[in-house]
Design a protein around this ligand. Structure first.
Ligand code: ADP
Ligand code: ADP
Ligand code: ZN
Length: 216
């Protein structure tokens, strides 16, 4: 099972992928996560990527493709993976196709989580993330048991620097111009499905599972 979750920032990709990965034993490949991890570990790649990320811009295609290429070549990504937030441009989608065909493989399904702008903004301003383990919360929709403290590891919650309103608006524009064209790219291959993301966590999850019925 090789799937891609796409959709605008704040659609709920990370939240849903966490559950899918657990239930179906998939290897999670999130480029955003990988960049943040590399930055935390003071790696050159992470420091370079963060210059783009903090402004709400996309990281260069070549840099992004390269980290995915490395990740996909590991044993645990051979037959079961979930891509979250990659590809984000048609050039990346073409690079991914090449990587997969080199491995005699291809994507089974592309799921888009659909939400409108008002919902996105509400979700983004309230998103809080654990500095230590990366777990995601929401001030109103998924609050931690103790304010400001991660339920999982006791770490401190913070707002990602790129979740400031200005950066979010920039990311939404970039999504419209660079990432949305992916829909036609995958739709023409018959592997594209969309689900309504403006429902509870559980309802969105059920809708995704339904959309994946034939590949599960
Ligand atoms: P993405 O990975 O697409 O950017 P996230 O999964 O991080 O999105 O979700 C963005 C924010 O919205 C988080 O704070 C998350 O807790 C919240 N959220 C996600 N899905 C829902 C939902 N179905 N209902 C309410 N809040 C949600
Ligand atoms: P969100 O789901 O909130 O959009 P992500 O964690 O997926 O956040 O990504 C955070 C940031 O990392 C993006 O805004 C972008 O700057 C960078 N990034 C992540 N994935 C890619 C990608 N495939 N191509 C280019 N930049 C990326
Ligand atoms: Zn934590």
């Amino acid at each position: 099972m090789k799937i891609l979750l796409t959709g605008p920032p704040g659609a709920g990709k990370g939240s849903q992928s966490e559950r899918l990965v657990k239930e179906f034993g998939l290897t999670s490949i999130s480029t955003g996560e990988m960049f943040r991890e590399a930055y935390k570990n003071n790696e050159k790649l992470g420091i370079e990527a963060m210059k783009y990320i903090n402004k709400g811009e996309l990281v260069d295609d070549d840099i992004t493709n390269e980290i995915v290429r490395k990740r996909l070549s590991k044993k645990d990504a051979e037959s079961r993976f979930l891509l979250d937030g990659y590809p984000r441009t048609v050039a990346q989608a073409k690079a991914l196709d090449q990587m997969l065909s080199d491995m005699n493989s291809s994507l089974d399904a592309v799921i888009k989580i659909v939400v409108d702008k008002q919902v996105i903004l509400e979700r983004m301003v309230g998103r809080r993330v654990c500095k230590q383990c990366g777990q995601t919360y929401h001030l109103s929709f998924k609050p931690p048991k103790v304010e400001g403290v991660c339920d999982k590891c006791g770490g401190t919650l913070h707002q990602r620097p790129d979740d400031q309103l200005e950066s979010v608006l920039n990311r939404l524009e970039i999504y419209e111009s660079k990432t949305k064209p992916l829909i036609d790219y995958y739709d023409s291959r018959g592997i594209f499905r969309s689900v309504n993301g403006d429902q509870s966590f559980d309802e969105v999850y059920a809708a995704i599972k339904k959309a994946l019925e034939d590949v599960i």
